[in-house]
Design a protein around this ligand. Structure first.
Ligand code: PLP
Length: 242
C-alpha cells in the first residue's frame, strides 16, 4: 500500500497497449522496446524482456493495456481494453486546437498516462473518433491514440518522426506492408491543408489497424475505398506474420 501511495503522490506511469491474434500477442518485442524507451527518459530501470513477456502471457486478452507505475519500485498492472468502440468501418475526425508538446520539452515517445498534451486534446474530441494534433510549427502530427496517413495520386504520405510524433508500431508495420505491396510511401512534414485535398485519409493504431476516415471536421473526404480495402488486407498481413 505504501508503494501505491508513493506512486500516486510522486510517481509516474507509462504504458503499452497490445493486441493479440489467435492467442498470440502482436509485436511484443517492439512494444517492449518502446516501453524501455519511455522508462529510459524517466531514468527507470526497465523490467527484463522475459518478465514483460511472462506478464503478457499470464494476462492474455484480445486488447490489453500494460501499465508500469514507478514509486520506490516498478509496479505492474494489466487491464483488459474495451473492444466494442473499435468496431467501425470508417470514422469522423477533427483537428484539435491543442498542439502536441514540443519534443524538446516532452519526447513524443514518452508514452505516459495522463500526458497533458494528449489528455487536453482528448477533452476536445466530442463525437469524433479521434482528433489530430498539430505540432508547434503547425505541421500535422498525429491523433491522440493514432498515427495519420493520407493518399494523394496513388502515393501514401505520413508525418515523419521528425514531425514530433510517437513512433507508432502499427504505423511502422503499415509502411512496411504498403511498400511490400508496391506502393510509394513518403515520410515528411505534412501541412494541415493536405489532409483536406487528399484522396483518402486514414488512421493507424494497435487496437484497430488501419481506420479509414470519411470526414474531417465538417468536410467529407473524397473516398474511403482504398483504405477500406487495405484495412482488411492489413489484418490478414498481420495474422500471417504471427
Ligand atoms: N500516437 C499516439 C499519441 C498514441 O498514443 C498511439 C497509441 O497509443 C499511437 C499514435 C499509435 O501507436 P501504435 O500503433 O503503436 O498503437
Amino acid at each position: 500500500m505504501d508503494d501505491v501511495i508513493t506512486a500516486l503522490t510522486k510517481g509516474i506511469a507509462v504504458y503499452e497497449t497490445l493486441r493479440t491474434y489467435n492467442g498470440k500477442p502482436f509485436a511484443l518485442k517492439e512494444h517492449y522496446e518502446r516501453l524501455k524507451k519511455s522508462l529510459s527518459y524517466l531514468k527507470i530501470e526497465p523490467p527484463a524482456f522475459e518478465d514483460f513477456e511472462k506478464l503478457v502471457y499470464e494476462n492474455l486478452s484480445e486488447r490489453m493495456r500494460i501499465v508500469y507505475v514507478y514509486s520506490k519500485s516498478l509496479l505492474e498492472y494489466v487491464f483488459q481494453e474495451d473492444t466494442e468502440e473499435f468496431k467501425v468501418e470508417y470514422v469522423k475526425v477533427d483537428i484539435t486546437t491543442v498542439r502536441r508538446a514540443d519534443p524538446w520539452s516532452i519526447p513524443p515517445d514518452l508514452k505516459s498516462l495522463g500526458r497533458p498534451d494528449i489528455y487536453l486534446a482528448r477533452l476536445t474530441k466530442g463525437d469524433n473518433y479521434d482528433v489530430i494534433m498539430l505540432g508547434t510549427k503547425g505541421q500535422v502530427c498525429e491523433g491522440t491514440f493514432s498515427n495519420v496517413f493520407l493518399i494523394k495520386n496513388g502515393k501514401f504520405i505520413t508525418p515523419s518522426l521528425e514531425s514530433g510524433i510517437l513512433d507508432g508500431i502499427t504505423r511502422m508495420y503499415v509502411i512496411r506492408f504498403l511498400k511490400e505491396s508496391g506502393y510509394e510511401v513518403e515520410e515528411r512534414f505534412v501541412e494541415p491543408a493536405e489532409l483536406f485535398y487528399a484522396d483518402e485519409v486514414f488512421l493507424t493504431h494497435t487496437s484497430r489497424g488501419i481506420v479509414p476516415v470519411n470526414q474531417i471536421g465538417t468536410l467529407k473526404t473524397k473516398s474511403v475505398e482504398l483504405s477500406s480495402k487495405l484495412s482488411k488486407a492489413f489484418e490478414e498481413y498481420v495474422k500471417c506474420l504471427l
